[in-house]
Design a protein around this ligand. Structure first.
Ligand code: GLN
Length: 190
């Protein structure tokens, strides 16, 4: 399977390593033309305002909307999830707006409030070690968006069709189950 990692800014190397360990051919996506031929793409965590500005600069907003419309899957983590949302509380920063949800940035406090917790995830038999770093919450989701995990009554993992969004960082753990879920269930979804 050919998977790209959006490599404009943020923690994309760890995603690359994890996807390669699952047998994918992984490429770094720095320009819209790099989207060609990809089955899926991962948006890493980082700084959503910076990534958003770079997306505008390189013409990624249109290119990624088209890529998704033509069947491409997206796994968006943390800052990446913010970029996928239709609504960002209190911010007019650039975003793709592909997944109908409202996100609140830095909703668990500042950097010192980063934490790891065992998280119950729908479809996984044992809890997932979820690492939250200045994470957003997915405050509310639109119709047809499936909530896959909640932490403290807040949505932290959601999926609709070929879009998967997490508040936390599955690439910074040794647990490949969410990446595998993306490859096996999301990439192939209609
Ligand atoms: N706080 C960052 C933002 O709002 C996201 C943090 C992260 O990706 N770890 O863009």
């Amino acid at each position: 399977m050919k998977i790209g990692v959006l490599a404009l800014q943020g923690a994309f190397r760890e995603h690359k390593i994890m996807l390669e360990s699952l047998g994918c051919i992984v490429s770094e996506v720095r320009l819209p033309k790099h989207l060609e031929g990809l089955d899926g793409i991962v948006f890493p965590g980082g700084e959503s305002t910076t990534i958003g500005k770079l997306m505008v600069h390189y013409g990624f907003l249109e290119a990624l909307r088209e890529y998704h419309a033509k069947g491409g899957a997206i796994f968006a983590t943390c800052a990446g999830a913010i970029l996928l949302a239709t609504e960002i509380v209190g911010s007019d920063q650039p975003r793709l707006g592909l997944l109908e949800m409202s996100v609140k940035r830095n909703a668990f406090g500042r950097q010192v409030d980063s934490f790891e917790t065992p998280l119950e995830v729908k479809g996984l038999e044992t809890p997932f070690p979820a690492l939250f770093i200045r994470a957003p919450i997915l405050e509310s989701v639109g119709e047809g968006v499936e909530v896959l995990a909640e932490y403290d009554h807040q949505i932290v993992l959601a999926r609709k069709g070929r879009l998967l969004a997490s508040s936390f960082h599955p690439e910074l753990t040794n647990d490949p189950r969410l990446h595998r879920y993306f490859l096996e269930q999301v990439v192939s979804a209609g």
